[in-house]
Design a binder for this molecule. Structure first.
Ligand code: C2E
Ligand code: CA
Ligand code: CA
Length: 483
């Protein structure tokens, strides 16, 4: 029989219980004996006397492991899993309360890191974490979801929400960051205690990116409009793989016409999702979702392969086809396998390389410009022509002209139509066409709907027209008939 040499004060036992995560009565009286002591109490007394260590309790080790998986290692606050768990528990305990979930992202964390070093960036993270945990208190929860993304939840009352939203920024002067650190928050109310909390978290993060003003914190509440977007998004996501297997993603071709003669001199391949029941879904619906969830890469590959196949059939059947222009999404372009995917299509179908053009967009070029320019150069070296899509709609148009080996410039009339001042828009188009000539680029005007637009473009010296004025995108069979 083990005898304790000293009697241990109650507070000390309680402290040790706390350290062992024994915070509820059941856990203090497990008395399983696997540590070698008859009761949890005796074990705690032995720890107090230095005869044992809390690590000898298998329940402690187990609880500790579980708890660590709910904590962000760097900041010591909850992580995503811990947040979900705490929110679930809170909702279960107070099913009649409403909770508000806010997902926030620090604006320009990367710039802070660059400007002040990563160490200062970490201090900013700590500071934000502390401020958020202090705000929500014991009854709420604050967590880091990774990077500069944080989540908080608290009971939904008008005052508390006002208080939260009155915070204009996070003061980080004490860590040496002079300018105010700001976050963009998305918010959603969890008011159905039966609903999975992940749904609310997802809604909150969906609303965070909507408006951004980097000079102050922004707060955006989830709206019914966003609910519709999310509904579309989740339907598209759940159906896309099956649709790909069933061959529901088809190419439509939109003819490109010589501006002088009207002759068809090319076509752009545009994807259409045609469901089994015949409904046609336009890319405006599914492309943004695919860009977000990454499925745009398999889709691009599929469309490219369909186009290579089509051209090879034309060659086999002696059809005098025209070059087909293919879209490359940003995600596909930055994929490391990009060049090898296209090279292997070429070796599989071995078609005349003049029959395929690739379209890239300026936005693909913005970050990582050198790398992108290098890739496009390699694509060009494979023998394909390169078109810049939607020229003039982005930020770095002129730089991209300088660094990327382009052959074709595509101007979207839609962007100029939108401008307040049509006269000004026309002047700009005139200048762009002139510059393109200077650089020996072929110009394609897209989205041409009115005869006077076409006349104007012709006068300016534009080469090719693609627009509803001449033809809409159409199924391949119709296009072949038109040819
Ligand atoms: P985009 O590459 O700029 O394609 C041109 C869009 O303008 C097409 O819309 C076309 O139907 C539309 N358009 C052509 N002429 C006119 C006109 O006269 N007036 C108006 N209002 N619109 C005109 P679509 O087919 O709905 O495609 C939308 C966007 O979806 C495309 O814009 C492209 O960014 C993307 N997309 C479509 N198919 C693919 C694909 O296979 N891969 C990738 N990565 N993106 C695709
Ligand atoms: Ca395009
Ligand atoms: Ca375009």
């Amino acid at each position: 029989e083990f005898v304790q040499p000293f009697s241990i004060p109650e507070e000390v036992i309680e402290d040790i219980f706390t350290a062992m995560h024994k915070t509820v009565p059941e856990k203090k009286h497990m008395d399983c004996g696997s540590c070698g002591y008859k009761s949890c109490r005796q074990m705690a007394a032995a720890v107090a006397n230095g005869y044992s260590k809390i690590q000898n309790c298998i329940h402690f080790m187990n609880d500790d492991l579980v708890m660590k998986s709910f904590i962000d290692r760097q900041l010591g606050i909850l992580n995503a899993a811990g947040f979900t768990k705490k929110l679930e528990e809170t909702v279960r305990q107070h099913p009649y309360n409403k909770y508000i979930v806010c997902m926030g992202n620090i604006n320009s964390l990367g710039i802070i890191n660059d400007l002040y070093t990563k160490r200062v960036g970490d201090e900013v993270l700590f500071s934000v974490a502390r401020s958020l945990t202090d705000f929500v208190g014991e009854e709420g929860g604050a967590a880091r979801f990774g990077g500069g993304v944080f989540g908080v939840f608290f009971e939904y009352t008008a005052e508390k929400l006002d208080d939260f939203m009155s915070r204009k920024n996070f003061d980080c002067r004490h860590v040496g960051v002079g300018e105010p650190v700001t976050m963009r928050f998305g918010m959603a109310v969890h008011n159905d205690s039966e609903a999975p909390v992940e749904v609310t978290v997802n809604r909150a993060s969906h609303s965070s990116g909507k408006t951004i003003d980097k000079t102050r914190n922004t707060y955006n509440m989830f709206t019914t409009e966003m609910l519709n977007e999310l509904t579309v998004e989740s339907r598209v996501t759940s159906e896309m793989q099956e649709a790909m297997k069933n061959g529901e993603f088809k190419i439509y071709l939109q003819p490109q016409h010589n501006i002088k003669t009207g002759e068809i001199v090319g076509a752009e391949a545009l994807c259409r999702w045609i469901k089994k029941d015949g409904t046609l879904i336009s890319p405006g619906v599914f492309i943004p979702v695919f860009e977000k969830n990454g499925f745009i890469r398999p889709l691009d590959k599929h469309i490219w392969e369909e186009a290579f196949l089509l051209v090879s059939e034309w060659e086999k059947n002696g059809v005098k086809g025209v070059p087909v222009s293919l879209n490359i999404s940003r995600k596909s372009l930055i994929d490391d396998e990009f060049i090898s995917v296209i090279a292997s299509l070429q070796s599989k179908y071995n078609i005349n390389k003049n029959m395929i053009h690739f379209e890239i967009t300026e936005s693909a070029y913005i970050d990582n410009a050198d790398e992108i320019a290098d890739r496009i150069t390699r694509l060009k070296e494979l023998g394909f022509k390169i078109a810049m899509d939607d020229f003039g709609s982005g930020y770095s148009s002129l730089n991209s002209l300088k660094d990327i080996p382009l052959d074709i410039l595509k101007l979207d009339m839609g962007f100029f139509r939108k401008s307040e001042n049509e006269e000004r828009g026309r002047k700009i188009i005139g200048l762009i066409v002139e510059m393109a000539k200077e650089l020996q680029l072929v110009t394609v005007a897209e989205g041409v709907e009115k005869p006077d637009q076409a006349k104007f473009l012709d006068r300016m010296g534009c080469d090719i027209i693609q627009g509803y004025l001449y033809s809409r995108p159409m199924p391949v069979k119709d296009f072949e008939a038109l040819l």
